[in-house]
Design a protein. Structure first.
Length: 182
């Protein structure tokens, strides 16, 4: 008689659904301890975590690239960059999930943050290539400024005098807006 696969099965089911973009609640996931699993099982589980994170990040990056390529207006491009950050919250939440071991959290958060920084660099590199093909230099510089003023991490723009504060803003805070009257 077969039973449930335990914590391993709970995690693999969660990862499969999460990587497809389903809304799943990760609060009930059991704690993972390396000593609870055979070495091969632990490797398979960490590979599944890596694949799930990679799948979601790749889908997020593809969506962002399509959105930026569709926008000719810098305000709309900045909005696409800012809105793209919300897609990263779920990815970073899984990468830093409290049920993961501290080593896995450190490793996965480093990988995710590295991929995000790499995409930021790739977007700027793409602008350099466009410049060599004869695209309008004013548009390229405006888009470069938009990319730098709205970094994907939400921290300070590169070249700013203060140190970058990745993920420094509170997405749950009540939005504030300034109304100027004449």
């Amino acid at each position: 008689m077969w039973g449930h696969g335990g914590n391993y099965q709970t995690w693999t089911d969660h990862l499969a659904r999460w990587s497809r973009g389903e809304r799943v609640d990760g609060r009930g996931l059991p704690a993972l301890e390396r000593g609870d699993y055979h070495q091969d099982t632990w490797v398979r589980l960490t590979d599944q975590l890596t694949r799930a994170l990679s799948t979601r990040l790749q889908g997020w990056a593809d969506d962002l690239t399509r959105a930026l390529n569709a926008e000719q207006d810098e305000f709309a491009a900045a909005r696409a960059l800012v809105q793209a950050r919300s897609g990263l919250h779920a990815v970073r939440a899984l990468a830093g999930h409290p049920s993961l071991t501290p080593e896995l959290r450190t490793r996965f958060l480093g990988l995710v943050d590295g991929q995000i920084a790499d995409l930021q660099r790739q977007l700027e590199t793409q602008l350099d290539r466009l410049g060599r093909t004869g695209a309008d230099p004013r548009w390229i510089e405006a888009r470069r400024r938009t990319l730098r003023d709205n970094p994907l991490t939400g921290g300070a723009a590169p070249g700013a005098t203060e140190a970058p504060q990745p993920w420094a803003y509170d997405p749950t805070a009540t939005p504030r807006r300034r109304i100027v009257t004449d």
